[in-house]
Design a protein around this ligand. Structure first.
Ligand code: ATP
Ligand code: MG
Length: 327
């Protein structure tokens, strides 16, 4: 692989698009961090979203604003990011956190001793906010039951350290864990969801936000989307193909851009989007027909996301582009 391609790949895989909802959530997290400094009870926050919504990207980007620093007085970790292990136990969680805080004997000692060191270390590192990603691992995969010992342990940890926590995970599951423990639920008064990007004809703001996101993605990937069909129709097809989920959208565009570069072109062709959809999204978005194979103006089959179909009988809806775009 030549240097140019390597540079492009790095940029394509790391480019971050800070769209309005992304920035608003940054602000919510900052409020929790700052308000807790002025309070005797931490203001915790939860963040939910479907897989690929961009939750981890968002919170890692936030944590990167507050890097760990080595000072004379010791290590300072203003924002402490942890991935919840799977399967998770109280001891496993405590050990993971201790290891990340730099405890050389993270896995040893009784649970009581580990907890004691954890509280002491979090305070010594002057942690202002702890972020627990993949919090839904507190639901046991085998039994689908909430691991109450872990959630109870977390409640005690929050109370003892008086440090706010941001818990992040799959939509529905995070709130379900919090609701199962009244005291934990009270600590997490603020609850947010990172929703997929919308594209509703009745909501101009949603059309603009989606259009702007796609435009930023084109700039970040240094590639143009096809102009062989009207932009509004292309955006609609992209939305249908990805359900507005940022991870799906980036996955599709990155791969299509990669194929286009291999052909020494600067503009992605519609058939290339069709190939990228087949290779990168069709297995994940089961039942969604490829929206890039129909000719301009032809009908696009849209299949609702699984959450919506869970309650409704599964039914494919065939609507013409003109009908969807109301032209
Ligand atoms: N704001 C963004 N700008 C550019 N790319 C993004 C953005 N947010 C997410 N992505 C891309 O989308 C993909 C999925 O993001 P991420 O892993 O953050 O999703 P997630 O919600 O944490 O998913 P999961 O629940 O499966 O962990 C990643 O490849 C990431 O690079
Ligand atoms: Mg994630």
């Amino acid at each position: 692989m030549d240097n140019d391609t390597q540079t492009w790949l790095t940029r394509a895989n790391t480019a971050l698009i800070r769209y309005p909802r992304f920035k608003a959530l940054h602000q919510d997290i900052r409020e929790c961090q700052e308000m807790s400094c002025l309070s005797n009870e931490p203001h915790c926050l939860s963040l939910e979203g479907v897989t690929g919504a961009g939750k981890s990207t968002l919170v890692r980007d936030y944590a990167a604003l507050f890097p760990r620093v080595e000072e004379k007085a010791g290590t300072r970790i203003p924002v402490f990011y942890i991935e919840t292990p799977s399967p998770v136990t109280v001891k496993g969680m405590a050990a993971t956190m201790l290891a990340q805080l730099g405890d050389p004997a993270a896995h040893s000692g009784t649970l009581w001793a580990m907890n004691f060191r954890l509280v002491r270390l979090m305070k010594a590192c002057r942690v202002e906010l702890a972020i627990m990603d993949d919090f839904h691992h507190l639901i046991d995969k085998e039994t689908n039951r909430i691991l109450e010992q872990v959630s109870d342990w977390l409640k005690v940890l929050i109370k003892e350290t008086c440090i706010p926590f941001l818990v992040v995970g799959i939509e529905g599951k995070v709130n379900c864990i919090l609701e199962a423990n009244a005291q934990l639920s009270r600590l997490f008064a603020a609850r947010q969801t990172l929703e997929p990007l919308h594209y509703a004809q009745t909501d101009d703001a949603s059309l603009q936000e989606f259009a702007r996101f796609v435009q930023y993605a084109e700039e970040a990937l240094a590639i143009a989307l096809p102009d062989t069909l009207p932009r509004a129709e292309l955006l609609l097809r992209l939305h249908v193909a990805t359900r507005g989920v940022v991870g799906n959208l980036m996955n599709l565009l990155r791969y299509a851009a990669w194929l286009t570069r291999q052909q020494h072109q600067n503009t992605i062709a519609l058939p290339t989007l069709a190939v990228a959809f087949d290779k990168r999204l069709s297995k994940h978005l089961k039942n969604q027909p490829n929206p890039f194979i129909s000719a301009p103006g032809e009908p696009i089959v849209t299949v609702p996301a699984p959450q919506a179909t869970a309650e409704l009988p599964h039914r494919k809806r065939r609507s013409s582009v003109a009908e969807v775009l109301k032209i």
